[in-house]
Write a new protein. Structure first.
Length: 301
């Protein structure tokens, strides 16, 4: 199909060139020559600018339908989507757990880690295989960025280059590698992806309390925008803008969780400052019950 389209485009280009060569010197012969020239130009132009795009659309549609018949392709795409979403959810849970522990004053309790003792020892042994002295911070040992991918492969996680780069920024405390304690906390999300009710309620109350509008403090509801803004504040990854960024993935996850698990959330229209003045903006509103359902169900992938 694409070969036919390219061939048609090539023939049309040759046709136009011959047309100009044939009629170029005959424009002074009269009205009939101009009419023939007009018709000779209009017909190919209609073909090129109207029918070819329609053919391309139909080609894409037919190709998509044919692909849907190949179950292995569908399963492969679904697997990639689930894998990508699972990694995002684990990162989200890790961030929310750290946030909740800081609120509950429990983040420094070593015994409260989610990793079992055996798993903790296994991670420590693998970490020891790759860690070296940090030249930028004497007395500190870390895994340099070049070995981060190998470390995560050894603990059973395969990650893309972009994900590894983000984790170095998140778990390295400004270094060009990852540190042990933040890495263990991060891996805790992969061992137990469940947030307790106490953690979820603590996050909800803290976001509700931080509302800049004094009339909306402790009003027992938070908006989607407030939730996203708080996540971006505690972890810059969720504030990154652009295609495939953390902010876009967060919105995609919210859409998926609300629709898939049929979470009954209300929508509210708020005024926001725009380029041309105040603009209406629709955002979802969560109550303590719907927020708990969002994080409980949304973390099961």
């Amino acid at each position: 199909m694409m070969h036919i389209i390219r061939t048609s485009s090539f023939l049309a280009a040759v046709y136009f060139a011959l047309l100009v060569f044939r009629f170029g010197g005959d424009l002074t012969r009269g009205f009939h020559t101009l009419v023939l020239l007009f018709l000779a130009v209009v017909c190919p132009a209609i073909m090129m600018y109207h029918y070819v795009p329609q053919v391309i659309k139909l080609y894409i549609l037919v190709t998509s339908i044919e692909m849907m018949r190949r179950k292995h392709i569908i399963h492969e795409v679904e697997h990639k989507i689930r894998k990508h979403r699972r990694f995002f959810v684990h990162r989200l849970v890790h961030t929310l757990k750290g946030y909740a522990r800081r609120i509950l004053k429990a983040d420094r309790e070593r015994v409260s880690r989610d990793l079992e003792t055996a798993r903790m020892q296994e991670i420590k042994e693998v970490f020891d295989m790759f860690e070296v002295d940090c030249p930028m911070r004497p007395g500190t040992r870390y895994i340099p960025e070049a070995e981060v991918a190998n470390f995560f492969i050894q603990v059973g996680l395969q990650m893309s280059d972009e994900e590894l780069k983000d984790l170095v920024q998140e778990l390295g405390d400004g270094l060009d590698g990852i540190l042990f304690d933040p890495t263990v906390d991060f891996l805790g999300g992969f061992t137990s992806s469940q947030l307790t009710d106490q953690m979820i309620d603590a996050v909800f109350v803290d976001i509700d309390r931080d509302n800049k509008n004094p009339h909306k403090k402790f009003d027992n509801e938070i908006t989607e925008d407030e939730f996203c803004a708080k996540l971006a504040q505690i972890n810059p990854y969720f504030g990154n803008k652009g295609h495939g960024s953390g902010a876009e993935q967060l919105i995609d996850w919210l859409d998926w969780a609300v629709v898939t698990h049929k979470i009954n959330v209300a929508n509210k229209t708020e005024e926001m400052d725009g380029v041309d003045g105040p603009e209406a903006h629709v955002t979802r509103v969560f109550t303590p019950q719907t927020f708990r359902a969002l994080l409980k169900h949304g973390s099961n992938v």
